[in-house]
Unconditional design. Structure first.
Length: 318
């Protein structure tokens, strides 16, 4: 099966390929003989019911700095391609949401990965609340009295923006913390939506495990350990990745959420687990595939494309 694959992403020339999951997916697609097209979200358009993009033919190689070759720009009807990979990085803002509405017009006849309607309906820090029994105590609010009551009940907490990403603006607040008032004021003027408030998990120092699920099945994991004097384990914030197997508790978490991920058409998902507690379900542009392979794990790009090709095959035969 030879597919035409369009990837909606940030400019490919600027990515760092060593840790980029989108690039891993493109390498595997090209190795399978699929035709690749590249475009950035600002080149997505819709007129009536027709969704178009100005795309460039793309070839890739695993050579930093010479990793992408782009052809001339051409305008195409996106319903003419077989697969669209929606892989631009957050923020999950109105521009991101608008793109999901546009791509929803062509899905599933053109398979959009992940399903754009479900990406829109499953913000990473809200979707996870469907599984409260798997989580630490969590409050979504911007009400100061609610946060103070939550602190009084749970002690140290973590505050972070509801639609944040990459570990930006994640703070630990101690039970008695003179900075809380200033932090509340800062969040109030910076973020218009509610915030996430969670009980602090002290064993974050031992790592925040990223588990990759493909079509609802756990396929690989890495443990991300925060740098000294930091609670953020994201590798872009200095976290160190180590190979990791799944514990019995983590397998139980995957078993609990996997069927719902598959039902929603969320083919590639990355979940975060701290000390046996599910904290996020990442569906927008989850990462970790290249790190898992580099540390001796499986090449999960293979599993992702097996799942994509299976779904496309079912659509074409319907």
């Amino acid at each position: 099966m030879t597919l035409t694959v369009a990837v909606q992403m940030d400019p490919i020339q600027a990515i760092r390929i060593a840790g980029d999951t989108t690039f891993a997916l493109l390498l595997e697609a090209q190795a399978r003989g699929h035709r690749l097209l590249h475009y950035t979200p600002d080149r997505l358009s819709m007129q009536g019911q027709v969704v178009t993009a100005r795309v460039e033919a793309l070839t890739v190689q695993d050579v930093e700095g010479a990793h992408a070759t782009l052809g001339p720009v051409e305008r195409i009807d996106l319903s003419s391609v077989d697969v669209v990979l929606m892989r631009q990085d957050p923020p999950f803002d109105m521009a991101y949401i608008t793109a999901t509405h546009m791509l929803e017009r062509i899905h599933p006849r053109t398979l959009v990965v992940n399903n754009p309607a479900e990406v829109r309906n499953a913000p990473e820090k809200l979707f996870v609340l469907d599984f409260p029994e798997l989580m630490p105590p969590t409050l979504i609010t911007r009400d100061k009295a609610e946060i103070e009551a939550f602190r009084a009940e749970h002690g140290a907490i973590v505050m972070k923006p509801l639609h944040g990403h990459g570990g930006a603006a994640v703070f630990r607040v101690l039970p008695e913390d003179a900075n809380f008032g200033s932090m509340f004021d800062l969040f109030s003027v910076t973020f218009r939506e509610q915030w996430v408030v969670q009980r602090f998990l002290p064993r974050i120092t031992e790592g925040d495990k990223r588990i990759i699920l493909v079509d609802g099945e756990p396929m690989g994991a890495i443990n991300r350990v925060p740098a000294l004097n930091d609670i953020r384990s994201n590798m872009v914030r200095g976290g160190a990745a180590a190979a990791s197997d799944l514990t019995e508790r983590e397998r139980a978490i995957c078993t609990a959420i996997g069927p719902e991920l598959k039902r929603r058409g969320l083919i590639l998902v990355g979940i975060d687990v701290i000390d046996g507690n599910l904290t996020e379900i990442n569906v927008t542009s989850p990462t970790g595939i290249r790190a898992i392979k580099r540390l001796g794990g499986p090449d999960l790009a293979v599993s992702v494309w097996d799942a994509i090709e299976s779904r496309v095959g079912r659509v074409l035969s319907a």
